[in-house]
Design a binder for this molecule. Sequence first.
Ligand code: AMP
Ligand code: ZN
Length: 466
Amino acid sequence: MDFQLYNTLTRQKEIFKPIKEGEAGIYTCGPTVYHYAHIGNIRTYIFEDVLVRTLKFFGFRVKRVMNITDVGHLTSDGDTGEDKMEVGARREGKSAWDVAKFFTEAFFRDYKAANCLMPDVLCPATDYIKEMIDLVLVLERKGFTYRIGDGIYFDTAKLPDYGKLAGKSHIEGIQEGARVEVNAEKRNPVDFSVWKFSAPGEQRQMEWDSPWGKGFPGWHLECSAMAMKHLGETMDMHCGAEDAVAVHHTNEIAQSEAATGKPFVHYWLHPRFLIMGETGKMSKSAGGFLTVQTLVEKGYDPLAYRYFCFSAHYRKQLEFSWESMDTSAKTLEALRGMVAKLKEEAPSPSLNKASDFYKQFSEALADDFNMPQAVAVLWGALRSSLPAAEKLGFALEADKVLALDLDRAPAVEALPPELMALVKEREAARKAKDFKRSDELRKALSDKGVLIEDTSKGTKWKLARG
Ligand code: AMP
Ligand code: ZN
């Protein structure tokens, strides 16, 4: 089956043709570890996980590389502002290195909780300073750089197709906007730093010697250096969310292609943002964002968030709401309940790859990762008249990509704490023979989708099946 994906570079869906038959090399931009990852970031990683799992589903061998940005990402995309790591260190009262370690660990706890597979290669930027300096030396030798007061810059005017990823008019728009805050020494507002000097008299926590003096790498440089080191000068795919198109990925392309004279990446994939109702924004620098741990503290299974992410195509923005989270949590429990019942009916699953459902599911994945459709096919199969063993076989196979732990027994303690408290209060009321109060609480719980059953072994509750 042809596997189609939307390529930002060509602005169309294309059939995936790997560089090496049966293999896929993917670079995905990783977290800047100066703060917790928010659930918007996690939406992007869930998409990338679906990408990896889908490729594996279709039989590709995948090599996925992810960086950890632990230096050099400034608070502004325009090469001004402070290094986010130094900002994080000040906020936390720790060293920049400790901040990086702490938030890298926190990141992978959330990442794994969302059932995202670990990348094959993980590369912290600070381990690749030499490769980055070498890349700048090549650019310098080829005449693509110039030196100004605060660093070495890439001269975008030297590259005729600079900005091809976002489109020329888009880049011109940025040029206009950038003039407001531009470093006056730059030859062109969209030129970007490849090496920044430590400010005179300032002792940075993270700085290195280089042929141009003490300093630190420009943010975009790390992804070019590490991607090419692990995946070769030209790779199959590169991902990051929509915000990376105009500056970060545009500049990665510029410096990589200027250095090698070869195409850097064949397919660029960019999921769109998760947005919040009132402000529309979820951003680390603005603070006040939601994390996977926030969801866990509120009693949600992180995989309910993963299920919620499948409610929209990755190329559409997705609006977060607690109502949708509740619905996703209930629906996931219902799915697990159905699978648990199937397991009772048919102890050994059977997978029929010739079935319509299997075909439709594969088609949905192969059509630029149409997850809402893939999930709809799963529901269709579970509600169909297929024999239980086949339903079970299909659900378990689909779960290799969905990764919703469908064969996990429906949660017993999955009620949010405030509802659990009502269940307990009702039990106490019943024991005290306060049947009026007990009935009121039963009604309050049922209004919230929790059904109560009094058995000889005590009170049981279950979620009303959505
Ligand atoms: P950062 O840690 O800020 O470097 O971002 C990590 C990844 O999350 C990058 O691929 C970003 O493009 C992506 N990202 C940032 N904000 C959002 C958002 N609101 N929704 C989805 N992805 C995002
Ligand atoms: Zn990157």
